[in-house]
Design a binder for this molecule. Structure first.
Ligand code: SF4
Ligand code: MG
Length: 315
């Protein structure tokens, strides 16, 4: 349960001038047991930093404010260290997390201390993830893209875990590998695990997530149910989420004008106001509250009005 999380980095320039770089402003997110929560946002929206904050692996020059609770208990840095790699697992974005000089079998076993048990669990997980036993003897460079992904997932879910955080698990996969990876996640949910899937792939999110949180410029702007993304899109509340929906091929491929501001730009008010066709003066001045709306949450001053009047985009 992440509440009002903000992160800034402190940098010292050549003349030892201190610079504060705010990268995340107001992130809110919660995830339930046996749920797939997708975090959707374009690059620079703060998705990976959220994962690193939960895991306690942010760089030293970062400062975190706000709260992160797990099973009702506040997560301190010490607690994160105890949970990381055990109850809370991470599937990293980059395949470079694999050690190029270590055989796959050994890498997958790393988080299990008992050697015999590790071997047994590894064989077990290999068969679950359709990895041939011979793969254990290979090195990372010998794997295909889809296989590498499955190895990363297998390393993350071997043994007991409760919460799995996957950072961009789908880019660069062909259709078959993508289907396999998404199936892995739904299987994990079946087994009672919670999955936080960070992605910019709206279709993958719509495919398997129970709920979808939308990040924009380091701020959570909406949490919606998967069902709200299917159908006519009218249940979506935030204009940016609606714009994402309208950009899907099946919904007309409408481009979203403009660019997401950097969290460093110091945009005041609603971060979407420079691009929002419904922006008014208040939007430029005041950041909307993150309010409960129906079965979701939204951060827009005028969402009710927009929904009632069915205030559709013009193009
Ligand atoms: Fe648009 Fe204003 Fe809502 Fe922001 S708060 S999304 S600018 S209407
Ligand atoms: Mg990222």
């Amino acid at each position: 349960d992440v509440k009002n999380l903000s992160i800034h980095f402190t940098q010292y320039t050549k003349g030892l001038h201190k610079r504060i770089l705010p990268v995340i402003h107001h992130l809110d997110l919660d995830i339930n047991r046996q749920e797939i929560m997708a975090v959707l946002g374009s690059s620079g929206s703060g998705k990976s930093l959220l994962a690193h904050a939960i895991l306690g692996i942010l760089p030293e020059n970062s400062t975190v404010n706000g709260t992160i609770a797990y099973k009702g208990e506040q997560l301190t840095e010490e607690k994160k260290l105890l949970l990381r790699g055990k109850e809370i697992r991470f599937i990293p974005q980059s395949v470079t997390y694999l050690d190029p000089l270590m055989k796959i079998g050994k890498q997958v076993q790393l988080s299990i201390s008992d050697k015999k048990e590790a071997q047994r669990l590894q064989e077990d997980i290999f068969s679950q993830y359709l990895l041939q036993p011979e793969v254990a003897e290979l090195y990372p460079f010998e794997l295909s893209g889809g296989m590498t992904r499955r190895v990363l997932i297998a390393s993350a879910v071997i043994g007991d875990s409760t919460l799995i955080i996957a950072d961009e698990p789908t880019p660069g996969l062909d259709k078959e590998a993508l289907t396999e990876v998404l199936q892995c996640f739904t299987d994990l949910r079946e087994k009672g695990k919670s999955i936080l899937m960070i992605t910019h792939d709206i279709e993958a999110a719509m495919d398997i997530a129970d709920r979808i949180a939308i990040f924009y410029a380091g701020i959570t702007i909406e949490i919606a149910n998967k069902a709200d993304f299917h159908g006519d899109g009218k249940q979506l509340r935030h204009p940016y989420t609606k714009a994402l929906w309208r950009a899907l091929p099946e919904n007309g491929f409408h481009p979203i004008q403009g660019n997401q501001p950097s969290p460093l730009d110091g945009t005041t008010g609603c971060p979407f106001h420079p691009r929002c066709p419904f922006a008014k003066d208040l939007c430029r001045e005041q950041l909307p509250e993150f309010q409960t709306a129906g079965n979701g949450k939204v951060r827009c001053h005028y969402y009710e009005e927009l929904q009632e009047n069915n205030n559709d985009f013009k193009n």
